[in-house]
Design a protein around this ligand. Structure first.
Ligand code: DGT
Ligand code: CA
Ligand code: CA
Ligand code: ZN
Length: 572
């Protein structure tokens, strides 16, 4: 339908406006695009039957946008947008959403302070750089700061773990209460991004109208934002938006491809399609000249037709994946199935809520080959860290139950890396452990050099095996500490230590970018859950997701190794 094309053009215009001087608010364009997406009638029919007046009756479409639409319908392009496109790209998009900042002020901020994002803006305000610009001043500065707070709040993104739970609940509910042939989530959730803006879902439904009714009347819906025949948006309790689109089976693969994104990946793919004489949209891959659909049903088929290896969703961030897929050289990414054990788990010996034996039993049920029990060390009082005697009691218990389970239990500890870089147990105790996870839990504000030296010193300790949650960040709460990560990764490689990928949804530490950075040093990783209860053991898939986003293969990840290889490695 032409509606899609016009909506896309308007979205693009909004983007372009953001990239430039912002003569008009992009928001109006987005709103109009959204309305057009939701129309049940072909917009060219509306224009044919009722003229410009008909277009203006669509909510969100005023005279100017109606003119643009008519121009597009008649000529296939909008002159004004084409001209805008030629202008220089500057990312000012989110800035216009800050109350108190009109286009003129935004322009000044870009030109004079090189401010491109809201977080740049926050920094500049906090350093009082803004009030000295002409047209700004103390009061504006204060107002801007307030608006930034609100912007950040309303743009809060949800942690991957939480969004995944909600999405899976929706899928279960929809499968039970509606006659669906297929339902999947797409978007950033499918790409396993660490935080999720909104949840995008696609369905094939025999009775779309009924499916939409079911969707908008789910129990945990707080508000229905829009309800259409092919698309509805609800806001769930807890605040996250869920978009549901009904898609015909013959374009399901194309829609999955399109709505999985990322946007930058899609742009790269669309350009490749054009260079091969195709046109790629959410409806399928079409011959540019013949207009004939060559693929639409299968997502895999679209990549194949474009001469590409299938690109897993986690790689679709426009980080070179399209070129590498063309050379048929994508890495074979690690999968959840490859994971043979979990090397960072807490029990009631420290701050965990389930007993050692409950944890072991759960690991056995998951068919793990091995686990490491890693409660906190003695200095970590608020987490009920273990005195040496307690640790020895834990060893006794492990010895006692080991024979009763197939899963091998490694005696471990999460040992604090103290301020001077030493570890929180004496050598003779560390020597009695099968595995040592060393973590920083204090002094997060230290200067870069101090933190780097502290961690490097710990890595030089022969008893340390794994560097736990290496950057120390808590998503949305605490920034990573200031440290020279290149130096740390180099030391890890040099000393043949292991970097943790902590799978806890609040941490996801290392994150995807640091994983990519660390991989260049040829280091090994361990994907651990840092479980504090039995259900937490399921966090593993989020860590695997980050590992995949960091292009890791099975060989990069030590807890895909057999028990014997792992033991050998830990000893060496
Ligand atoms: P999020 O929701 O912020 O965590 O991130 P995404 O990637 O889920 O983004 P979202 O929900 O805005 O859109 C889902 C996908 O749909 C996106 O990854 C690519 C595609 N898409 C959405 N809007 C546009 C657009 O204006 N242009 C292009 N090329 N693709 C779009
Ligand atoms: Ca999304
Ligand atoms: Ca969306
Ligand atoms: Zn920890």
């Amino acid at each position: 339908m032409i509606n899609r094309e016009i909506a896309d053009i308007l979205y693009e215009a909004a983007d372009i406006l953001e990239l430039n001087e912002v003569e008009w608010k992009p928001r109006a364009y987005r709103k109009a695009a959204r309305k057009i997406e939701d129309l049940n009638e072909d917009i060219s029919n509306i224009y044919r039957d009722r003229g410009k007046k008909g277009l203006e009756e669509i909510p969100g479409i005023g005279s100017r946008i109606a003119d643009h639409i008519i121009e597009y319908l008649e000529t296939g392009e909008v002159g004004k947008f084409e001209k805008l496109k030629e202008k220089s790209p500057v990312k000012t998009g989110e800035l216009v959403e800050i109350r108190g900042l009109g286009p003129k002020k935004v322009k000044k901020l870009v030109e004079q302070l090189n401010i491109k994002t809201v977080s740049d803006l926050r920094e500049a305000v906090e350093q009082h750089q803004i009030k000295n610009l002409t047209g700004f001043g103390e009061k504006t500065e204060k107002n801007i700061l307030k608006s930034i707070g609100m912007f950040e709040k309303s743009h809060d993104r949800m942690q991957l773990g939480k969004a995944m739970n909600l999405a899976e609940d929706v899928i279960t509910y929809m499968k039970e209460h509606s006659d669906l042939e297929k339902i999947d989530y797409a978007g950033s959730l499918r790409r396993m991004k660490e935080t999720i803006g909104d949840i995008d879902m696609l369905v094939i439904a025999s009775d779309p109208d009924r499916t939409m009714n079911t969707f908008v009347s789910m129990e945990n819906v707080e508000r229905v934002e829009s309800r259409g025949v092919t698309r509805s948006t609800v806001i769930l309790k807890g605040g996250i938006h869920v978009d549901l689109r009904v898609v015909p089976a013959e374009s399901y693969g194309a829609a999955m491809q399109y709505f999985t994104g990322s946007k930058d990946h899609n742009i790269a793919l669309r350009d490749l399609a054009i260079s091969k004489g195709y046109k790629l949209s959410e409806y399928g891959l079409f011959g540019k000249v013949s207009q004939e659909k060559v693929e639409g049903e299968s997502e895999q088929g679209i990549y194949e037709r474009l001469g590409l290896q299938y690109i897993p969703p986690e790689l679709r961030e426009n980080r070179g994946e399209v070129d590498i897929a063309r050379q048929n050289s994508l890495p074979e990414l690690v999968t959840l199935n490859d994971i043979k054990g979990d090397l960072h788990i807490h029990t009631t010996f420290s701050e965990g809520s389930d007993s050692l034996e409950d944890v072991v039993r759960a690991a056995e049920d998951m068919s793990y080959e091995y686990i490491a029990i890693t409660d906190h060390s003695r200095s970590r009082r608020i987490s009920k860290g273990m005195e040496i005697e307690e640790l020895k009691l834990q060893w006794e218990e492990i010895d006692r139950i080991s024979g009763e389970y197939d899963v091998k239990i490694l005696k471990g500890a999460e040992v604090d890396i103290l301020k001077d870089g030493s570890l929180d147990y004496p050598d003779e105790v560390l020597g009695g452990l099968d595995i040592v996870v060393g973590s920083v839990h204090s002094g997060f504000e230290s200067a870069k050099e101090e933190m780097t030296e502290r961690i490097v010193a710990a890595l030089e300790n022969k008893y340390l095996n794994i560097l736990g949650h290496p950057s120390g960040r808590l998503i949305g709460k605490r920034e990573p500490y200031n440290a020279d990560f290149d130096m740390i990764f180099e030391t890890v490689a040099d000393k043949e230590k292991i970097l943790e990928i902590n799978s806890h949804p609040e941490r996801l530490d290392l994150n995807d970018k640091l994983i990519l950075q660390a991989k260049m040093f040829g280091v090994k990783f361990s994907i651990n859950t840092d479980s504090h209860s039995v259900p937490n053991l399921d966090f593993m898939r989020f860590g695997v997701g980050q590992a995949r986003r960091g292009w890791l293969t099975k060989d990069d990840v030590v807890n895909t190794f057999s028990y014997n290889s792992l033991k050998k490695m830990l000893k060496a």
